[in-house]
Design a protein around this ligand. Structure first.
Ligand code: SF4
Length: 146
């Protein structure tokens, strides 16, 4: 079972109320067992919502509010749901395909916290949890894969 960011599959869950549909990820999902997730909405954030970025290890929205706890709760809830789902399906979690650069789903590069579009090295909160559990994480920018 693969964990896939819902917004890559066309689910309108991103902060703007839209999605980040990736054709190759949608094709991949047709051929592989997967679970669509959105750790930010799982944490209780609304669609649309105020954009947030990671700055000095905290998640701060563009109103200056610290939303770290909400992001962490959503990421942990989502990981627990995925782990339970893998047990129920009797399938291992084979990997995750997540949305690049997001403060939740980004892997390897994330926005730098200045809301200027600049990227720095780092992982989103959810990607970090998956990696700490040994789950292989990639983004739509690393594909396509079969
Ligand atoms: S939290 Fe992840 S799945 Fe949800 S909108 Fe952001 S990038 Fe997409």
């Amino acid at each position: 079972m693969y964990i896939i960011s819902g917004c890559l599959l066309g689910v309108n869950c991103n902060y703007k109320g839209g999605n980040n549909r990736s054709e190759w990820v949608c094709d991949f999902a047709k051929k592989h067992s997967h679970l669509a997730v959105c750790p930010e909405t799982a944490g209780g954030l609304l669609v649309p919502r105020t954009p947030a970025e990671i700055k000095d290890g905290r998640v701060i929205n563009n109103l200056g509010e610290d939303v770290t706890q909400i992001f962490e709760k959503g990421a942990m809830n989502t990981f627990n749901v995925a782990a339970t789902e893998a047990v129920l399906r009797e399938e291992p979690i084979e990997g995750a395909i997540l949305k690049a650069n997001s403060p939740s789903c980004g892997c390897g590069k994330i926005y730098d916290g200045t809301f200027s579009g600049k990227l720095i090295d780092g992982h989103g909160v959810f990607a970090d949890i998956l990696k700490s559990h040994g789950i292989k994480v990639m983004t739509q920018e690393d594909g396509p894969i079969e």
